[in-house]
Design a protein around this ligand. Structure first.
Ligand code: SAM
Length: 366
């Protein structure tokens, strides 16, 4: 067992089964042994790769999107430019290179990075030093004011809770540990009050149905909604997930680019779950913000001009480099790759119609 597995097993033996969210939070963010405290995670030598690591075009288009939102909300100065979970700093570096073409934007931005991983903070510092970033453990310590925010593959790392419909009621799925079986799931003896968080129109469940909820994600979506509704600005959230709250378990563990058992090595494997974009949207809308999307990543990047940017990078490139650019665009936008699985929403203050979306979503209407 990993050191963290032993700690969790002792905790469960002492106080009883823990929620899936408590297991996930310990495995990912335990101060000494959590995955995101100790591992570098991203890239060929890490456990997974992400869109900004696949192509510079991804961050560049986000940079243009952020500048456009800033123009639409009256060019506030200063404006808090916030990234949640900036990874190696690649997305922000590419976005700032494009944004820097607008000197007034460059002068207005104040860069805030919400990151808990010390190794990734070092990478961010190396790439973004010229912009004097300010680091935070949580969004709550970033000062209020006009906001431009980006979160790519951040929400999938936040803890989820799982409910299972059994004997006529939603019960919470808990993580137990016993000597012979190791970690395993059990159900809470009584019904869970969390079922109240399911959308009103959620279909009636059958015995054994499972649904995932992320109160932690809803809290952050509400905080983003409050910030942009009060201070102005916009946020773009990109992640793999579902357009609507649906049944089915999506919690998974990845280590060295391969799926592993979620109980195999807490603290050594990445744990994540599909993001519920309907729930995020409703939570941010309740804070007074406008919601745009969800749209697929394919549709969003196409609307922002991914193919035009690829064509411009390809002109003058070697045939090998041209093929590499085509492959990376296909990975970002192809239906069999990230294009359909990944979704995008914008959470915006008033009087902003962010690029890349057809119009306010159903969730945004009164
Ligand atoms: C899947 S990585 C995505 C990185 C980056 N956005 C990208 O696209 O390459 C998740 C990022 O969120 C950070 N992170 C995970 N959980 C966090 C938390 N609870 N608070 C702050 N940052 C967190 C990780 O350290 C990492 O930088």
């Amino acid at each position: 067992m990993t050191g963290l597995a032993e700690i969790l097993a002792r905790r469960i033996a002492r106080t009883g089964p823990i929620t899936v969210a408590e297991y996930m939070a310990a495995a990912l963010t335990d101060a000494d042994r959590g995955y995101y405290r100790t591992e570098s995670a991203i890239g060929a030598e890490g456990d997974f790769t992400t869109a900004p690591e696949i192509s510079q075009i991804f961050g560049e288009l986000i940079g243009a999107w952020l500048v456009d939102c800033w123009e639409q909300c009256g060019r506030p100065n200063p404006v808090r430019l916030i990234e949640l979970g900036p990874g190696r700093g690649t997305l922000m570096q590419d976005a700032l290179r494009v944004g820097g073409l607008v000197p007034a934007w460059r002068r207005a931005i104040e860069l805030h990075l919400v990151e808990i991983n010390p190794r990734l903070r070092d990478s961010q510092a190396a790439r973004l030093a010229a912009f004097s970033p300010i680091w935070h453990e949580t969004l709550s310590t970033v000062p209020d004011g006009p906001t431009l925010l980006v979160a790519n593959e951040f929400f999938d790392a936040l803890p989820i809770r799982q409910l299972v419909f059994h004997a006529g009621a939603w019960r919470e799925r808990m993580v137990a540990w016993t000597d012979g079986m190791g970690f395993h799931f059990v159900l809470s003896p009584g019904p869970s009050p969390l079922a109240a968080l399911l959308p009103a129109e959620f279909p009636s469940p059958d015995e054994g149905d499972l649904v995932e909820l992320s109160p932690a994600s809803l809290g952050i979506a509400a905080e983003i909604g409050r910030r942009v509704a009060l201070g102005g600005g916009a946020a773009v959230i990109i992640d793999y997930g579902r357009a609507a709250t649906m049944k089915g378990a999506t919690l998974q563990a990845i280590r060295a680019h391969r799926g592993v058992d979620i109980f195999a090595a807490p603290g050594r494997a990445d744990l994540s779950a599909h993001v519920d974009f309907e729930a995020l949207s409703l939570s941010a809308r309740d804070s007074g913000a406008q919601i745009f999307g969800p749209v697929t990543q394919q549709r969003f990047l196409n609307a922002l001009g991914v193919n035009q940017r690829a064509a411009s990078l390809k002109s003058g490139a070697t045939p090998t480099a041209r093929r590499a650019i085509d492959r990376s665009v296909e990975r970002l936008t192809g239906g069999a790759a990230m294009g359909d699985l990944f979704k995008v929403i914008a959470i915006a203050g008033h009087a902003i119609a962010p690029a890349g979306f057809p119009g306010p979503a159903r969730a945004a209407s009164p």
